[in-house]
Design a protein around this ligand. Structure first.
Ligand code: COA
Length: 256
Protein backbone atom coordinates (compact mmCIF):
# COMPACT_ATOMS: atom_id res chain seq x y z
CA UNK A 1 0.00 0.00 0.00
CA UNK A 2 1.29 3.38 -1.03
CA UNK A 3 0.28 6.53 0.84
CA UNK A 4 -0.50 8.22 -2.47
CA UNK A 5 -3.20 5.57 -3.07
CA UNK A 6 -5.10 6.63 0.03
CA UNK A 7 -7.98 9.07 0.11
CA UNK A 8 -7.04 11.84 2.52
CA UNK A 9 -9.90 14.01 3.71
CA UNK A 10 -13.40 13.90 2.35
CA UNK A 11 -16.88 14.96 3.08
CA UNK A 12 -20.13 13.46 1.92
CA UNK A 13 -23.63 12.28 2.59
CA UNK A 14 -24.80 8.68 2.75
CA UNK A 15 -22.23 6.44 1.11
CA UNK A 16 -21.33 8.81 -1.73
CA UNK A 17 -18.87 11.65 -1.66
CA UNK A 18 -20.63 14.86 -2.61
CA UNK A 19 -19.12 18.33 -2.17
CA UNK A 20 -21.39 20.35 0.08
CA UNK A 21 -21.07 23.40 -2.13
CA UNK A 22 -22.71 21.50 -4.98
CA UNK A 23 -25.56 20.52 -2.73
CA UNK A 24 -26.15 24.20 -2.02
CA UNK A 25 -27.29 23.53 1.52
CA UNK A 26 -26.49 25.21 4.81
CA UNK A 27 -24.78 23.15 7.53
CA UNK A 28 -26.17 23.24 11.08
CA UNK A 29 -24.42 21.79 14.12
CA UNK A 30 -26.63 19.90 16.58
CA UNK A 31 -25.13 20.20 20.08
CA UNK A 32 -22.40 22.40 21.47
CA UNK A 33 -20.19 20.29 23.77
CA UNK A 34 -16.62 19.08 23.41
CA UNK A 35 -17.33 16.87 20.39
CA UNK A 36 -18.95 19.79 18.56
CA UNK A 37 -15.77 21.82 19.16
CA UNK A 38 -13.67 19.09 17.48
CA UNK A 39 -16.10 18.83 14.58
CA UNK A 40 -16.01 22.55 14.07
CA UNK A 41 -12.22 22.32 13.73
CA UNK A 42 -12.62 19.46 11.22
CA UNK A 43 -15.08 21.49 9.14
CA UNK A 44 -12.74 24.47 9.22
CA UNK A 45 -9.86 22.26 8.04
CA UNK A 46 -12.09 21.18 5.15
CA UNK A 47 -12.82 24.81 4.28
CA UNK A 48 -16.43 24.58 5.42
CA UNK A 49 -18.45 26.44 8.00
CA UNK A 50 -21.75 26.06 9.80
CA UNK A 51 -24.46 28.66 10.16
CA UNK A 52 -24.90 28.01 13.88
CA UNK A 53 -25.76 25.45 16.53
CA UNK A 54 -29.00 23.84 17.64
CA UNK A 55 -29.24 23.24 21.40
CA UNK A 56 -31.82 23.69 24.15
CA UNK A 57 -30.70 27.13 25.32
CA UNK A 58 -28.14 29.85 24.75
CA UNK A 59 -26.01 29.00 27.79
CA UNK A 60 -23.30 26.57 28.86
CA UNK A 61 -21.88 26.01 25.41
CA UNK A 62 -18.24 25.01 25.01
CA UNK A 63 -18.36 26.80 21.67
CA UNK A 64 -17.33 30.43 21.74
CA UNK A 65 -20.33 32.67 20.88
CA UNK A 66 -18.31 34.29 18.12
CA UNK A 67 -17.39 30.91 16.64
CA UNK A 68 -20.93 29.57 16.35
CA UNK A 69 -24.15 31.40 17.18
CA UNK A 70 -27.07 29.70 18.90
CA UNK A 71 -29.94 29.44 16.42
CA UNK A 72 -32.61 27.66 18.43
CA UNK A 73 -33.67 24.38 20.02
CA UNK A 74 -34.99 21.10 18.59
CA UNK A 75 -38.45 22.54 18.01
CA UNK A 76 -36.93 25.40 16.02
CA UNK A 77 -35.04 22.85 13.90
CA UNK A 78 -38.20 20.84 13.30
CA UNK A 79 -39.87 23.90 11.77
CA UNK A 80 -37.12 24.37 9.15
CA UNK A 81 -37.31 23.03 5.59
CA UNK A 82 -35.19 19.85 5.83
CA UNK A 83 -34.25 20.04 2.12
CA UNK A 84 -32.30 23.26 2.63
CA UNK A 85 -30.01 22.07 5.44
CA UNK A 86 -27.44 19.42 6.28
CA UNK A 87 -27.00 18.48 9.91
CA UNK A 88 -23.83 17.50 11.71
CA UNK A 89 -24.28 15.61 14.96
CA UNK A 90 -22.12 17.38 17.54
CA UNK A 91 -23.30 15.27 20.47
CA UNK A 92 -20.48 13.08 21.75
CA UNK A 93 -20.44 10.41 24.43
CA UNK A 94 -18.33 8.89 27.19
CA UNK A 95 -20.17 5.59 27.36
CA UNK A 96 -23.89 6.21 26.87
CA UNK A 97 -24.76 6.81 23.23
CA UNK A 98 -28.51 7.25 23.76
CA UNK A 99 -28.78 10.99 23.26
CA UNK A 100 -26.62 10.98 20.13
CA UNK A 101 -28.71 8.17 18.62
CA UNK A 102 -32.04 9.77 19.61
CA UNK A 103 -31.14 13.06 17.93
CA UNK A 104 -30.00 11.27 14.76
CA UNK A 105 -33.13 9.13 14.52
CA UNK A 106 -35.54 11.96 15.29
CA UNK A 107 -34.22 14.33 12.64
CA UNK A 108 -33.71 11.60 10.03
CA UNK A 109 -37.39 10.71 10.52
CA UNK A 110 -38.21 14.40 9.96
CA UNK A 111 -36.45 14.29 6.56
CA UNK A 112 -33.07 15.84 7.46
CA UNK A 113 -29.76 14.45 6.18
CA UNK A 114 -26.66 14.13 8.35
CA UNK A 115 -23.29 14.95 6.86
CA UNK A 116 -20.47 12.42 7.09
CA UNK A 117 -17.05 14.00 7.61
CA UNK A 118 -13.44 12.84 7.39
CA UNK A 119 -10.85 15.23 8.78
CA UNK A 120 -8.26 16.03 6.07
CA UNK A 121 -5.49 14.61 8.28
CA UNK A 122 -7.19 11.18 8.37
CA UNK A 123 -6.08 8.38 6.05
CA UNK A 124 -9.08 6.59 4.62
CA UNK A 125 -8.63 3.80 2.05
CA UNK A 126 -10.60 4.22 -1.17
CA UNK A 127 -12.92 1.28 -0.56
CA UNK A 128 -13.93 2.29 2.95
CA UNK A 129 -17.70 2.76 3.35
CA UNK A 130 -18.96 5.49 5.67
CA UNK A 131 -22.63 5.46 6.66
CA UNK A 132 -24.69 8.62 6.84
CA UNK A 133 -23.45 10.96 9.53
CA UNK A 134 -20.29 8.94 10.28
CA UNK A 135 -17.46 11.12 11.58
CA UNK A 136 -13.75 10.40 11.10
CA UNK A 137 -11.72 12.73 13.27
CA UNK A 138 -8.15 14.04 13.02
CA UNK A 139 -5.34 11.53 12.54
CA UNK A 140 -7.54 8.43 12.11
CA UNK A 141 -6.46 5.54 9.85
CA UNK A 142 -9.18 3.41 8.22
CA UNK A 143 -7.67 0.50 6.29
CA UNK A 144 -9.04 -1.38 3.31
CA UNK A 145 -12.41 -3.08 3.59
CA UNK A 146 -13.54 -1.13 6.66
CA UNK A 147 -17.23 -0.23 7.03
CA UNK A 148 -18.38 2.42 9.48
CA UNK A 149 -22.10 2.46 10.28
CA UNK A 150 -24.38 5.49 10.32
CA UNK A 151 -23.89 8.11 13.04
CA UNK A 152 -20.71 6.47 14.38
CA UNK A 153 -17.66 8.41 15.58
CA UNK A 154 -14.08 7.29 14.91
CA UNK A 155 -12.34 9.66 17.25
CA UNK A 156 -8.91 11.31 17.19
CA UNK A 157 -6.00 9.07 16.24
CA UNK A 158 -7.92 5.77 16.20
CA UNK A 159 -6.67 2.94 13.96
CA UNK A 160 -9.19 0.60 12.36
CA UNK A 161 -7.41 -2.12 10.43
CA UNK A 162 -8.49 -4.15 7.39
CA UNK A 163 -11.97 -5.60 7.16
CA UNK A 164 -13.38 -4.23 10.44
CA UNK A 165 -17.15 -3.75 10.51
CA UNK A 166 -18.42 -1.06 12.84
CA UNK A 167 -22.16 -0.80 13.52
CA UNK A 168 -24.36 2.26 13.83
CA UNK A 169 -24.15 4.82 16.69
CA UNK A 170 -20.77 3.44 17.79
CA UNK A 171 -18.10 5.56 19.46
CA UNK A 172 -14.48 4.51 18.98
CA UNK A 173 -12.85 6.93 21.43
CA UNK A 174 -9.47 8.63 20.87
CA UNK A 175 -6.52 6.29 20.32
CA UNK A 176 -8.54 3.06 19.97
CA UNK A 177 -6.75 0.35 18.01
CA UNK A 178 -8.69 -2.39 16.23
CA UNK A 179 -6.71 -5.22 14.62
CA UNK A 180 -8.12 -6.75 11.43
CA UNK A 181 -11.65 -8.12 10.97
CA UNK A 182 -13.04 -6.95 14.30
CA UNK A 183 -16.84 -6.62 14.39
CA UNK A 184 -18.50 -4.06 16.63
CA UNK A 185 -22.29 -4.10 17.22
CA UNK A 186 -24.57 -1.05 17.21
CA UNK A 187 -24.46 1.52 20.05
CA UNK A 188 -21.19 0.27 21.50
CA UNK A 189 -18.62 2.47 23.22
CA UNK A 190 -14.94 1.55 22.93
CA UNK A 191 -13.04 3.67 25.47
CA UNK A 192 -9.95 5.80 24.99
CA UNK A 193 -6.84 3.82 24.08
CA UNK A 194 -8.53 0.40 24.11
CA UNK A 195 -7.11 -2.34 21.88
CA UNK A 196 -9.17 -5.15 20.35
CA UNK A 197 -7.29 -8.02 18.76
CA UNK A 198 -8.05 -9.52 15.37
CA UNK A 199 -11.36 -11.24 14.66
CA UNK A 200 -13.03 -10.39 17.99
CA UNK A 201 -16.80 -9.66 18.00
CA UNK A 202 -18.26 -7.06 20.34
CA UNK A 203 -22.03 -7.28 20.92
CA UNK A 204 -24.46 -4.38 20.57
CA UNK A 205 -24.65 -1.94 23.46
CA UNK A 206 -21.39 -3.13 25.02
CA UNK A 207 -18.91 -0.84 26.80
CA UNK A 208 -15.16 -1.43 26.54
CA UNK A 209 -13.35 0.56 29.24
CA UNK A 210 -10.53 2.96 28.51
CA UNK A 211 -7.19 1.17 28.17
CA UNK A 212 -8.66 -2.35 27.88
CA UNK A 213 -7.07 -5.08 25.79
CA UNK A 214 -9.90 -7.26 24.47
CA UNK A 215 -8.79 -10.75 23.48
CA UNK A 216 -12.16 -12.59 23.37
CA UNK A 217 -15.72 -11.90 22.17
CA UNK A 218 -17.86 -9.57 24.32
CA UNK A 219 -21.59 -10.24 24.77
CA UNK A 220 -24.24 -7.62 23.94
CA UNK A 221 -24.53 -4.93 26.68
CA UNK A 222 -21.58 -6.39 28.60
CA UNK A 223 -19.07 -3.93 30.17
CA UNK A 224 -15.46 -5.06 30.09
CA UNK A 225 -12.13 -3.55 31.07
CA UNK A 226 -8.53 -4.30 32.03
CA UNK A 227 -5.70 -6.29 30.46
CA UNK A 228 -6.83 -8.79 29.35
CA UNK A 229 -10.39 -7.47 29.49
CA UNK A 230 -12.81 -8.99 32.02
CA UNK A 231 -16.39 -8.11 32.97
CA UNK A 232 -16.55 -4.97 35.14
CA UNK A 233 -18.49 -4.55 38.37
CA UNK A 234 -21.41 -2.15 38.22
CA UNK A 235 -21.12 0.13 41.23
CA UNK A 236 -24.46 1.82 41.85
CA UNK A 237 -22.90 4.59 43.98
CA UNK A 238 -21.24 5.86 40.80
CA UNK A 239 -24.53 6.34 38.94
CA UNK A 240 -24.92 9.92 40.23
CA UNK A 241 -21.43 10.89 39.13
CA UNK A 242 -21.96 9.30 35.73
CA UNK A 243 -25.21 11.26 35.21
CA UNK A 244 -23.48 14.50 36.20
CA UNK A 245 -20.62 13.84 33.76
CA UNK A 246 -23.11 13.03 31.05
CA UNK A 247 -25.09 16.23 31.59
CA UNK A 248 -21.95 18.35 31.65
CA UNK A 249 -20.43 16.76 28.57
CA UNK A 250 -23.49 16.97 26.40
CA UNK A 251 -24.81 20.34 27.57
CA UNK A 252 -28.18 19.10 26.40
CA UNK A 253 -29.86 17.42 29.39
CA UNK A 254 -32.52 15.47 27.52
CA UNK A 255 -30.66 12.16 27.80
CA UNK A 256 -29.03 12.67 31.21
C1 COA B 1 -15.81 1.75 31.57
C2 COA B 1 -16.27 3.02 32.23
C3 COA B 1 -17.45 3.59 31.44
C4 COA B 1 -16.70 2.64 33.63
O1 COA B 1 -17.16 3.76 34.27
P1 COA B 1 -18.00 3.56 35.62
O2 COA B 1 -19.20 2.75 35.35
O3 COA B 1 -18.19 4.92 36.20
O4 COA B 1 -17.00 2.69 36.47
P2 COA B 1 -16.91 2.61 38.02
O5 COA B 1 -16.05 3.73 38.48
O6 COA B 1 -18.29 2.45 38.61
O7 COA B 1 -16.09 1.26 38.21
C5 COA B 1 -16.70 0.01 38.12
C6 COA B 1 -15.58 -0.99 38.17
O8 COA B 1 -14.88 -0.95 36.92
C7 COA B 1 -13.48 -0.69 37.15
N1 COA B 1 -13.04 0.19 36.06
C8 COA B 1 -13.55 1.36 35.68
N2 COA B 1 -12.90 1.83 34.63
C9 COA B 1 -11.95 0.93 34.33
C10 COA B 1 -10.95 0.88 33.33
N3 COA B 1 -10.82 1.86 32.41
N4 COA B 1 -10.17 -0.20 33.29
C11 COA B 1 -10.29 -1.20 34.20
N5 COA B 1 -11.22 -1.20 35.19
C12 COA B 1 -12.03 -0.14 35.23
C13 COA B 1 -13.45 0.04 38.48
O9 COA B 1 -12.18 -0.10 39.10
C14 COA B 1 -14.53 -0.70 39.24
O10 COA B 1 -14.05 -1.95 39.66
P3 COA B 1 -14.12 -2.38 41.23
O11 COA B 1 -15.58 -2.28 41.60
O12 COA B 1 -13.59 -3.77 41.22
O13 COA B 1 -13.27 -1.39 41.93
C15 COA B 1 -15.16 4.11 32.32
O14 COA B 1 -14.14 3.74 33.23
C16 COA B 1 -14.50 4.32 30.99
O15 COA B 1 -13.52 3.69 30.62
N6 COA B 1 -15.06 5.28 30.20
C17 COA B 1 -14.61 5.55 28.88
C18 COA B 1 -13.97 6.94 28.80
C19 COA B 1 -13.80 7.34 27.36
O16 COA B 1 -13.65 6.53 26.49
N7 COA B 1 -13.88 8.63 27.09
C20 COA B 1 -13.84 9.13 25.75
C21 COA B 1 -14.17 10.59 25.70
S1 COA B 1 -14.06 11.21 24.06
Amino acid sequence: MNVSDLRIGSIGVNEGISPVEELGRVILMVGAGGHAVSLLAALKALGLSTAGSIRPGDGGSQLRPDSLPWLGDDEFLSRLDSRKFLLINGIGSVADLTLRRTVFERFRAEGFTFLSVSHPSSIVEKDVVLGEGAQVMAGVILQTGVRIGANSIVNTGAIVDHGCEIGEHVHLAPGVCLSGNVRIGHSTHVGTGATIIQGVKIGAGAVVAAGAVVTADVAPRQRVGGVPARELNNRSENEGRRSAEFAELYIDKRGA
